[in-house]
Design a protein around this ligand. Structure first.
Ligand code: ZN
Length: 425
């Protein structure tokens, strides 16, 4: 690649997380490549002990020969590196002289884009491309090129030496907690409650760890703080992870399977815990009702969900499962807690001042001495155990695209809290 240089940061783009046939992370990489020539360089990684740089902007575009040369390089890499034996792996790569319209990315992150539509775009834009097996990889590849960094984040990815691929990774959790505490712009590093080191993947892939954050300098410094087996190479990526780009505001009846939504409504049926520890409630707005679920892997998030009651107003954030149509909660914003009234004691007789006796279910109360009757017990307000505000699933259950509250928080953001008994609104 001596004649070429990378323009800007390499990009790691996550697409619709609800697509049933996706690979695990539904991700794609995008590199912009230009002719070498720029004098301004920015370090973005190390490979084989050598510094890797990018140029902030194009100095010169590739000519036709170089274009075909780069195409050959990419094709060789896919041929030698892609695990096409896996049923869910359908790689594809595209080379485009100009990026597709940003709408192609927006569609691919929120819904299902037909392959035909992508192929039409590729032909229109004079792309060179190669799709393998069912060719669906072309969809993600094209969408990744169409991404325009808006509310973007970064991830520094450290790779393992080849002889270690498939073996157990050695990454010291204490050092992961240290980067979490030292570098405030990083996120989703460690789940303290569930003792889960999130920077290390579980799959047998070549990645040793990936640290996400908003500040490149902090990420590059963090790589050296992680105590681990030797880092073979590392590279910084610009990304749409942690942006909530997959979410769209919807009314209940507009909610479609395989999309991800933000919907506001009232709790219509109290939460209930079903077999497996999943918690479900029904949400209602002016157009209809839909079940919402906090599944078992969302751990302590379920405590907040279980404390919701009929009449509470909430805004739910989550992916939509098809069968049955359900919003799989990623976040919730509790906007208003209703007043829950409960029976405190039997009514007091106005004649003698003693408590009346119940006459049986739904049959009211009666004073046994004076024979006075009443239909209404003395009621009191039941203390709520949660407060209004945002709550999110724990780090161990977080999706790549979900924006952590850490990135949403402003001085006016309210975070929901679980109180002890007796917490008042
Ligand atoms: Zn009485």
């Amino acid at each position: 690649m001596n004649n070429y240089e990378i323009i800007g940061y390499p990009r790691l783009i996550r697409l619709n997380p609800n697509i049933p046939w996706k690979t695990r992370g539904n991700g794609a990489l995008c590199l912009r490549v230009g002719k070498k020539g720029g004098t301004v360089k920015r370090k973005i990684g190390e490979i084989n002990g050598n510094d890797v740089f990018c140029s902030p902007a194009f100095t010169q575009e590739l000519d036709e020969n170089e274009w075909h040369h780069v195409y050959g390089i990419v094709k060789d890499i896919v041929k030698t590196q892609a695990h096409t034996e896996d049923d869910n792996t359908n790689p594809g790569f595209v080379m485009l002289p100009t990026p597709p319209d940003n709408n192609m990315y927006k569609k691919a992150v929120i819904r299902i884009v037909p392959l035909d539509e992508v192929l039409t775009t590729l032909h229109t834009l004079h792309a060179m491309f190669e799709g393998y097996k069912n060719q669906r990889g072309l969809i993600g590849a094209t969408a990744a090129v169409a991404w325009e960094p808006g509310d973007g984040t970064f991830e520094v990815i450290a790779y393992r030496s080849k002889e270690r691929w498939g073996t157990k990774r050695s990454v010291d959790p204490a050092s992961v907690k240290k980067i979490d505490a030292t570098f405030p712009s990083t996120f989703d590093n460690y789940d303290y409650r569930n003792h889960h080191n999130r920077i290390t993947p579980n799959s047998p892939c070549p990645i040793l760890f990936g640290i996400r954050g908003d500040n490149v300098e902090e990420l590059m410094a963090a790589v050296n703080v992680v105590q681990s087996e030797p880092v073979d190479s590392w590279l910084v990526f610009e990304s749409n992870q942690g942006t909530d780009d997959h979410l769209q505001r919807r009314q209940v009846t507009q909610i479609k399977p395989f999309e991800s939504v933000i919907t506001e409504g009232c709790i219509d049926e109290n939460p209930r815990t079903i077999q497996g520890g999943h918690v479900l409630f029904t949400l209602k707005d002016s157009t209809g009702t839909i079940p919402c679920a906090a599944y078992e892997p969302t751990k302590e998030f379920r405590t907040i969900i279980r404390a919701l009651r009929i009449g509470d107003t909430v805004e739910v954030y989550g992916g939509v499962r098809e069968q049955p149509l359900t919003v799989n909660l990623e976040k919730i914003n509790i906007k208003h807690l209703t007043t829950v009234l409960i029976k405190a004691e039997n009514p007091v007789c106005p004649m003698c001042g003693k408590h009346m006796k119940s006459r049986g279910t739904e049959q009211g109360y009666k004073c046994m001495i004076c024979k006075t009757t009443s239909d209404e017990p003395i009621i009191k307000e039941q203390p709520r155990t949660i407060t209004p505000g945002f709550s999110e699933v724990p780090v161990c259950a977080r999706r790549h695209l979900s924006k952590p509250l850490k990135r949403i928080i402003t001085p006016t953001t309210v975070i929901a809290a679980i109180g002890t008994e007796g917490t008042r609104r």
